[in-house]
Design a protein around this ligand. Structure first.
Ligand code: BDR
Ligand code: CA
Length: 313
């Protein structure tokens, strides 16, 4: 058996997902055992195609890609994130078709199978709406027993949302799925949108990283250009890459400087608070501390890992 930590990534690529995937592929300590794909940032046909392209750019064509759910579990989403990531999710640069195709197995079934194959060792990282994971969990509620660690990018832990006033995109896109997963796993690590905002990259630094003489940097420079321009215009001098922060913490847990464990529940009602991740900061409910929330991560380690992933040959 490989000494490397088996890493399964559920994702909806997406520009920040792409950076997170490059970081994962570049980790010597981890073996990416699959990419399970959800709809989210854009539709499933695009997110699957983007995943296939990204694995090719990273020289990891052997990593299987599994297409999953084409939309939320129950209710249609309010909107996707094409205005941020481009209509195709990768900046509309018109990249050539990837070689290879997705496996026939559905993402939810692949999650369950891989959880058996790597029982007790699997690192599961969720970077998109939690639809595939929720389906897997409904099919087999014992899934958490075989997952060594679940890291989720999602939520806004003091209700400063990015898709509604209170909801973060991944949770807001499919609140029912988020409820199933975040109540079905007794413990998980959560890197939320507010942590993302506290760990921006200076745009001028990013431009230097993207000038690295590597195909990965060149590809990433191209697909991220539109979203970086949008971000600088909207949010100022720092660029925020949610999924790459979650991935940094997943790959290098020692980099966490401050965390908090609290009970967390997802609001699935249809009022203003739909998609809210309600954190019981004062432990008033008596519920168990299910969420370990990332508050601060070592910025230098984070940036070094991103730079290394971009520069990798
Ligand atoms: C999350 O939403 C998506 O747009 C990003 O890829 C990230 O996973 C941030 O709210
Ligand atoms: Ca994502």
């Amino acid at each position: 058996m490989s000494e490397k930590i088996p890493l399964l990534i559920d994702t909806d690529p997406g520009v920040d997902d792409a950076l997170a995937l490059l970081m994962a592929f570049n980790s010597d300590a981890h073996e990416v055992v699959g990419l399970t794909i959800a709809a989210g940032n854009v539709g499933l046909a695009h997110t699957v195609r983007n995943a296939l392209k990204l694995r090719e750019v990273a020289g990891c064509g052997h990593v299987p890609v599994f297409a999953g759910c084409g939309g939320p579990l129950v209710h249609a989403p309010r909107e996707d994130a094409a205005h941020v990531h481009g209509r195709d999710g990768f900046g509309d640069v018109g990249y050539p078709d990837p070689s290879g195709r997705a496996e026939a197995e559905h993402a939810a079934l692949a999650i369950l199978r891989l959880s058996h194959e790597h029982a007790g060792r699997l690192l599961l990282v969720a970077l998109g709406p939690l639809t595939n994971l929720a389906l897997a969990l409904r099919l087999d509620p014992t899934l958490p027993q075989r997952v060594a660690r679940l890291v989720v990018m999602g939520g806004a832990v003091t209700a400063h949302g990015n898709i509604t006033p209170v909801a973060e995109f991944n949770v807001g896109f499919d609140p029912e799925a988020a409820h199933v997963v975040l109540s079905g796993f007794p413990k998980y690590d959560l890197a939320d949108w507010e942590a993302t905002l506290a760990h921006g990259f200076h745009h001028r630094e990013v431009e230097k990283w993207l000038a690295a003489p590597s195909p990965r940097a060149a590809f990433y420079d191209a697909i991220s250009r539109q979203t970086r321009l949008w971000s600088e215009d909207r949010r100022g001098q720092y660029w925020h890459s949610a999924d790459s922060l979650a991935m940094a913490w997943a790959l290098e847990p020692d980099g966490a400087v401050e965390m908090a464990e609290r009970p967390l529940a997802v609001e699935t009602g249809f009022g203003l608070a739909r998609g809210l991740t309600a954190v019981d900061w004062n432990r008033q409910t008596g519920a168990a501390d299910n969420a370990r929330i990332l508050l601060r991560y070592d910025q230098a380690r984070f940036e070094a890992r991103v730079q290394a992933a971009l520069a990798a040959a």
